[in-house]
Design a binder for this molecule. Structure first.
Ligand SMILES: C[S@@+](CC[C@H](N)C(=O)[O-])C[C@H]1O[C@@H](n2cnc3c(N)ncnc32)[C@H](O)[C@@H]1O
Length: 267
C-alpha cells in the first residue's frame, strides 16, 4: 500500500474530527482531509484541490508552536468552558484542543521530528493518532542527514528507538508502506515532559554525522506490520467510541493498549 493510500485509510479508521499536518509541500496529503485542519510548511506550493476548512500556515513548525494558542482554528483551541460549577466565573477557564490525527512530515532530520512530536503531543491525548512519514529508509544513502539522493528520508527513523527507550508507555507501530514506511504512535500523554527534559541527552547520542548506521532491522523492515493489518484491526471502533464519549485515560487507554500490543506481537 502506498503512503497516501494508508493515510486515507487512517482518516477513515480514526473518524478524526480534526487534523494537523507538518510538511505540506504540494498538498497531496492535505487533500485527504475533510475536517477542520491546521497545516504548516514554510515553503508550501499547493497545487492540489483542498477540500477542508484549513488554517494553512507559512512558517516552520517550531515557530508555529511557539505562538500563543496555535490551534485556535480548531475551535476548542482556547475558549471559556461553559456550564461551570455554580458561582464560578468562566473567565480563566479554557478547554484544550486535542488532536485526533496528526501527520509529521516536515524537515527530515531527527531533531526536527523529535521537536515536532514533543509539540504535537502537547496538544494530544491517549486517543490521538500520530503518524510519522519516511521511517523506513531503504539505504544508508537515503537516510543521510546531508541530502544527496532524490528520494530522502533523512535520519528520522531514529524516532522509533528514541520513543521506545524514553517513552515505553507509548505504543509505536512501524508500518510497511511504500515507498519509505511510516510509524504510528498511540497513547500520547500531554503531561509528559520526559522528551523535553532529556532532549540534550538524546541529541548527544543520536545526532551524529553521516554515514548513519541504519540498523539492519530497519533496512529489512523486520518489525513493520502490513498497512492492511493495522487499518483493518478491531480496536478502531472502540477507540473512536471511547474518544467521542470523552473517556478518561484509565478507562479508555488500557483496553486499547492490550489490543495494540497484541497487534505488535503478531508481526
Ligand atoms: C516531504 S514534503 C511533505 C509532503 C506532504 N506531506 C505529502 O505527503 O504530500 C516535506 C515538506 O516539509 C517542509 N518543511 C521543511 N522544513 C520544515 C519545518 N521546519 N517545518 C515545517 N515544514 C517543513 C518542506 O517545505 C516540504 O514541503
Amino acid at each position: 500500500m502506498k503512503r497516501h493510500e494508508f493515510l486515507r485509510e487512517l482518516h477513515k479508521a480514526t473518524a478524526n474530527r480534526n487534523y494537523l499536518e507538518i510538511g505540506v509541500n504540494d498538498g497531496r496529503s492535505l487533500a485527504l482531509s475533510r475536517v477542520p485542519s491546521v497545516a504548516i510548511d514554510p515553503a508550501f506550493k499547493v497545487v492540489t484541490e483542498i477540500k477542508c476548512d484549513v488554517h494553512l500556515v507559512k512558517a516552520t513548525s517550531d515557530d508555529f508552536f511557539a505562538r500563543e494558542n496555535p490551534l485556535v482554528h480548531l475551535r476548542g483551541g482556547r475558549h471559556p468552558v461553559r456550564n461551570l460549577r455554580r458561582g464560578r466565573s468562566p473567565i480563566g477557564y479554557w478547554r484544550r484542543t486535542s488532536l485526533d490525527l496528526s501527520f509529521i512530515d516536515g524537515m527530515h532530520l531527527m531533531e526536527f521530528a523529535l521537536r515536532d512530536f514533543i509539540n504535537v503531543e502537547k496538544h494530544s491525548d491517549w486517543s490521538s493518532v500520530i503518524v510519522f512519514d519516511d521511517m523506513l529508509p531503504r539505504s544508508i544513502d537515503e537516510a543521510a542527514r546531508d541530502r544527496h539522493t532524490d528520494a530522502w528520508t533523512g535520519d528520522v527513523y531514529k524516532l522509533v528507538e528514541i520513543l521506545n527507550r524514553y517513552r515505553p508507555e507509548l505504543v509505536t507501530v512501524l508500518v510497511d508502506t511504500q515507498p519509505t514506511g511510516q510509524l504510528v504512535v498511540f497513547g500520547a500523554d500531554h503531561t509528559s515532559t520526559v522528551l523535553q527534559d532529556k532532549y540534550d541527552e538524546i541529541m548527544t547520542e543520536f545526532k551524529v554525522p553521516d554515514p548513519q548506521k541504519v540498523p539492519e532491522a530497519i533496512l529489512e523492515r523486520v518489525k513493520a506490520v502490513k498497512p492492511e493489518t493495522l487499518v483493518g484491526a478491531d480496536f478502531w471502533g472502540p477507540l473512536v467510541r471511547a474518544r467521542n464519549r470523552g473517556l478518561s485515560r484509565s478507562r479508555g487507554w488500557e483496553p486499547l493498549r492490550s489490543a495494540l500490543e497484541g497487534l505488535s506481537a503478531s508481526r
